[in-house]
Design a protein around this ligand. Structure first.
Ligand code: BGC
Length: 750
């Protein structure tokens, strides 16, 4: 029997309407659909996006992930009264997103102001079987009398991105008194988007069509008998000119073909096809946690569901946005979140997807080289924020200071250069975990060499050493600093690995090699001081401190920026997110455990965790330090970033990196897995609340399943060759078996 994986909303509450639109969003990596209610509420932000379709609202502005025409809305009138949860009486309400099947369901018992009662059941899904399909079903039952039900739905192109209209309506038509078809073009980027929809009902009704004000709609009216459910079924499809499966057709023609192909297939059939793909996903990737609190399992299920729907696995031209395809936060742009927080999940569960994410960067190498050259550097300087074209998309300005009217500059595009080394780091990890030489000796090596070249040109001389001046590390509250430890260590790794793989694959370039060797010899690396502290940058440890407890209590809100200007925050020991701690997470073997523990304690005390990327990374490092209780607290707080009680936490989309980091915390923190060549090491640090943890891993052609309990570790090798296993320091041998079990007390394989 499959277990239940359900995210529930028990009450209708306008204060949470945008949050749940994001949390319960559906998608398949090609298309993302926010969980807006079928009926209209001014507070909700309808949203449907397809990976890769961006448009600049105006010359010089950064690109928006285009909000597509809506196909999920239904206007329902009963005996002339508009159905709304703000009118009449809501007798019962329940909405659930079934993570097992990808279906969203909402059941409502509603009493109209005249006392008549109705039951509504709304269901919909974005297909995992056919990436272009959105199907919905609306079931209305008049419980105690005859009623006239009118349903109006179609393709509504009144959607905008916060007021920016990106789509020019090219054509709207109704074909064969059946299919609604709309064709649009993005105003600047010139992509075509076609949407088509049909509506069918279980009962014969009176149908009519209308097109007005960018809405193409169909209206169906039925005289409903008491007690009988009336079902309206809608199939909508989306194709764009970017699609690779057009096979020479226009997006419109592809839409019509798709709808024709669904003739005779009802909602249930289409759902089953899609759900079967979800079943395969969970079979291959599920993480099982036996916890005292079932919320932990839900949080992981939720994370995995979103990691799946945010990733455009169908096309390597597109990356993963910070909010996936669940909202317009950060305009749908791709950050280091993709390589450092999201990619590892794919790398260790379906490596092909990790390769695709790296190819996304590789395909934009030229633009990165251009950005480097424009800024007076060599090699490749990847944009801090990236979209389809690979150009820098970071907006120039952030919010306006409403007292002074000054617009605050965002400096990340000019100084947050660690993204370059993050991409190189992910490239190396990909190779280490897959051994994919074909990728590494061509695209991987090009990425490594060009990113390495950037660092060599980026460094400057000071007192006989090479230094990296004027950078922003992961901690964005400390801008324009010299020798950010994270950046320097990552840059060194980048150049070192470029050299290593040049050698391995015989890429001869003597000048590069000489320069790289000199760089590695002379690059300054901040090392632990007498107190064991790794200075975050040249000045950080000498800055004044303030009491951060009030801000820490309200983490994620960036409330400190209301009390202090950015410049003031910049001159204090205040961190937005993991910085040195991020370094310790990535390079645990480079520092003694006491140093790691010391730095974790020091920097965490000064970290507000205003970025969602922070908490779960702290959980990993704390777990490895043997501070399971603290690690579990960080982990739980990370789970609450999206799933917690704050009404506005996720209005503009889920926190993709944080969800990726929950998986990281489970595997690299609590299970404490690491790899070295053909050896897997485990040194579990399960929180006391967890009695068992089971998860799959793919590693260098192996498919493993690992179960960890308090007393035992069991590894099943479903496929692939044996590998060395080291558990808490002692080795276990397979001796030809496909399964080994290690007693954690006796540290013995059985
Ligand atoms: C964080 C960055 C992150 C971005 C997108 C910012 O608030 O500081 O590290 O890449 O959000 O998630």
């Amino acid at each position: 029997m499959t277990r239940e994986r359900i995210l529930r909303e028990q009450h209708f509450d306008l204060n949470f309407i945008k949050k749940y639109e994001s949390l319960m969003a559906q998608g398949n990596g090609y298309l993302g659909l926010r969980a807006s209610h079928e009926e209209a509420y001014t507070e909700q932000t309808r949203g449907m996006y397809t990976a890769g379709i961006y448009n600049r609202p105006m010359e010089g502005e950064s690109a928006d992930l285009v909000n597509f025409p809506d196909v999920a809305g239904f206007r329902i009138k009963i005996d002339g009264t508009l159905f709304s949860l703000l009118a009449g009486e809501v007798r019962s309400y329940e909405r659930e997103l079934d993570l097992s099947t990808g279906e969203l369901r909402r059941e409502i018992l509603w009493r109209k102001s005249d006392g008549a009662e109705f039951r509504f059941l709304f269901r919909r899904f974005v297909s995992k079987d056919d990436l272009h399909l959105v199907a919905s079903e609306v079931r209305v039952t008049s419980l105690d009398r005859e009623a006239r039900i009118e349903v109006v739905t179609g393709i509504d192109a009144q959607q905008t991105n916060h007021g920016s209209q990106h789509l020019i309506e090219k054509e709207v038509r109704v074909l064969d008194e059946d299919v609604m078809l709309g064709t649009y073009r993005t105003s600047q980027s010139g992509h075509t988007a076609a949407l088509a929809a049909t509506v069918a009902g279980s009962a014969a009704g009176k149908e009519s069509f209308a097109a007005k004000n960018r809405q193409l709609v169909m209206s169906v009216k039925v005289e409903a008998a008491a007690g009988e459910p009336y079902v309206f079924e809608k199939k909508a499809v989306v194709y764009t000119s970017l699609d690779r499966d057009l096979d020479g057709r226009t997006p419109e023609a592809a839409c019509l073909d798709a709808l024709a192909g669904y003739a005779g297939k009802d909602y249930g059939t289409l759902l089953r096809n899609s759900a079967a793909k979800w079943t395969a996903f969970w079979r291959d990737k599920e993480v099982l946690i036996s916890s005292a609190d079932p919320f932990d399992q839900l949080a992981l299920d939720f994370a995995l569901y979103h990691l799946e729907i945010m990733t455009p696995a169908h096309d390597e031209r597109f990356g993963v946005g910070a909010k996936g395809l669940t909202g317009e936060g950060y305009k749908g742009h791709v950050f280091w979140d993709a390589e450092m927080f999201i990619l590892p999940f794919h790398l260790l569960t379906e490596p092909r997807k990790a390769r695709q994410l790296l190819r996304y960067r590789y395909l934009k190498l030229e633009q990165a080289q251009e950005k480097a050259a424009r800024n007076g550097y060599e090699g490749a300087l990847f944009p801090w924020e990236s979209a389809l074209t690979g150009e820098e998309e970071t907006p120039e300005f952030a919010a306006i200071n409403i007292r002074t009217g000054d617009r605050q500059r965002i400096s990340s595009a000019v100084a947050e250069h660690h993204i370059v080394a993050d991409i190189a780091f992910a490239t190396v990890q990909y190779y280490l975990h897959t051994g994919d030489e074909e990728f590494m000796k061509t695209e991987g090596l090009a990425l490594l060499m060009e990113t390495g070249r950037f660092w060599m040109s980026r460094a400057s001389e000071r007192d006989g050493r090479l230094v990296l001046e004027d950078v922003i590390g992961p901690d964005e509250y400390t801008e324009h600093v010299d020798n950010n430890a994270f950046t320097n260590y990552m840059a060194r790794y980048n150049v070192e690995q470029a050299l290593r793989y040049m050698e391995q694959f015989g890429a001869e370039d003597e000048a590069y090699r000489d320069r790289a060797e000199a760089f590695l010899e002379r690059l300054y690396l901040p090392v632990p001081d007498a107190a064991g502290l790794i200075p975050q940058d040249d000045t950080f440890l000498s800055l004044p401190e303030i009491d951060l407890s009030a801000y820490k209590e309200n983490q994620g809100s960036q409330g400190i920026l209301l009390d202090y200007s950015r410049q003031e925050v910049n001159r204090m020991q205040i961190l937005k997110q993991a910085d040195v701690v991020m370094l310790l997470y990535l390079f645990p073997d480079q520092f003694p455990l006491e140093v790691i523990a010391e730095n974790l304690a020091y920097y965490e005390a000064r970290t507000i965790h205003d970025s969602s990327l922070s908490k779960a990374v702290h959980a990993i490092v704390a777990a490895r330090c043997g501070e399971e209780e603290l690690a579990y607290r960080f982990f739980r707080e990370a789970c609450l970033i999206d799933l917690g009680p704050k009404p506005d936490s996720s209005d503009e989309g889920i926190h993709g990196a944080s969800l990726g980091a929950l998986w990281l915390a489970t595997v690299f923190g609590f299970a404490n897995v690491s790899f070295e060549g053909d050896c897997i090491r485990l040194d579990p640090k399960l929180p006391k609340e967890w009695s068992e943890l089971t998860f799959p891993l793919r590693y260098r052609g192996r498919h493993l399943e690992i179960s960890i309990s308090r007393s035992r570790i069991r590894i099943i090798r479903h496929s692939g060759p044996e590998l060395h296993v080291k558990v808490s320091g002692s080795e276990a041998e397979w001796n030809g078996r496909t399964e080994i079990s290690i007693d954690l007390f006796r540290k013995k394989a059985e």
